[in-house]
Design a protein around this ligand. Structure first.
Ligand code: PHE
Length: 386
């Protein structure tokens, strides 16, 4: 390349064009005009210095990929940034002569490209080092034994409830749900159980306050549904109920009932029996025999309890049926006209039947579970068996 022997140098007297050879690297040149240019550095040389300094610094970055990435970014700013060294040189190009400017410009561009390239390739190296490291850390050992996922399952009570729901949904019932914390009115009053009625004594009640209880039965759902819906009605209302019983093998303060309600024109006791007999056969098998015994509930008239012939001994008497040959399944009856009236349904036009199934008893017999407490203890060793 042609030596840059001319240079426009600002001095005290204005812009001078000075022969290059007289200027450069002759520190001993003394006196006269040249004194003014002492310390002026050849731009080409400056660029070369920047180039080698940058190269050295890029080579000297940290071996740790994360640190190196940050260092490289700093170097980029140091050399190529707006306030960087190379930019500073390029700014000074205005002082060059018209002949020098393209030459110095060319070199400056080459140096910039060189530094950019070095930084880029160093970056690429860091990135590949980082991904190699990541791959190493995340390596999957396909020979390691797998982790077994313990699959959960439905609680035995929930399993049987699903079956019962399926049977009644198949008969055209829909599912209704209501609150566990219930007004005295729905739990008792509207069901024809006034305050001071002896029937309240059979259901040891948790009172929240004078007007609010934990529901002792799912029957309040009869009232809630009838208040809102005009017949025909066919609903099934499963849920938790509460009675202040001491815990033992057959008693729990929390248990489950499944309420059923049918109201329509011309519904009779025959519909009640037919429906519940069919339910028993679906749940326990086609050969199941049912019987209905008279009973009393304040909110049904007439009332009955339904038994099935013991499926274990066939009626001869065994431990399961406590030697009775029959097993009680549910309480039921024709909806009392007073209850229909309380809910704004014309008892001259409509009639209906209702039933209440104690869920835990059915589940206990189904799986031969002898202690009710097991249902609520959530012991995985128990639950795993079903
Ligand atoms: N609710 C009653 C009980 O808890 C059962 C029942 C429901 C009886 C519906 C008749 C009709 O014992």
């Amino acid at each position: 390349m042609r030596p840059l022997y001319l240079r426009k140098v600002p001095n005290l007297f204005g812009i001078w064009v000075v022969p290059r050879k007289e200027l450069s690297f002759r520190p001993n040149v003394g006196g006269g005009i040249f004194y003014l240019y002492k310390g002026e550095i050849d731009m080409k040389e400056m660029l070369e210095k920047i180039k080698s300094a940058a190269q050295a610094e890029i080579l000297g970055i940290s071996p740790e990929p994360e640190k190196a990435a940050a260092e490289l970014e700093n170097l980029r700013i140091k050399y190529l940034g707006k306030k960087g060294e190379l930019t500073a040189v390029l700014r000074g190009m205005g002082a060059l002569s018209a002949e020098e400017r393209p030459l110095v410009g060319k070199i400056a561009n080459e140096v910039r490209e060189f530094i950019e390239e070095k930084i880029e390739s160093a970056k690429a190296e860091i990135e590949s080092a980082m991904s190699a490291q990541k791959l190493k850390e995340e390596k999957i050992d396909v020979t390691m034994p797998g982790k077994k996922n313990a699959a959960g399952r439905l609680h035995p009570t929930a399993q049987v409830l699903e079956e019962i729901k399926d049977i009644f949904i198949g008969l055209g019932f829909s599912i209704a749900e209501g609150p566990d914390v219930e007004l005295d009115y729905y739990n008792f009053e509207a069901l024809n159980i006034p305050k001071n009625h002896p029937a309240r004594d059979t259901q040891d009640t948790f009172y929240i306050n004078e007007n609010t209880v934990l529901r002792t039965q799912t029957s309040p759902m009869q009232v809630r549904v009838m208040e809102k819906t005009q017949p025909p009605i066919r609903i099934l209302a499963p849920g938790r109920v509460y009675r202040s019983d001491a815990v033992d093998a057959t008693h729990s303060p929390v248990f489950h009932q499944v309420e059923g309600l049918v109201v329509d024109k011309g519904v009779t006791m025959a519909d009640l029996k037919g429906t519940l007999d069919l339910f028993a056969k679906k749940l326990y098998g086609e050969e199941t025999v049912t019987r209905f015994r008279p009973h009393h509930f304040p909110f049904t008239e007439p009332s009955a309890e339904m038994d099935i012939r013991c499926f274990s001994c066939g009626g001869k008497g065994c431990r399961l049926c406590k030697n009775e040959g029959w097993i009680e399944i549910l309480g039921a009856g024709m909806v009392h006209p007073k209850v229909l009236k309380n809910c704004g349904i014309d008892h001259e036009v409509y009639s209906g039947f209702a039933f209440g199934i104690g869920l835990e008893r059915i589940v206990m017999r189904r799986f031969d579970i002898r202690d009710l407490r097991l249902f609520f203890e959530n012991d995985i060793r128990f639950l795993k068996q079903f």
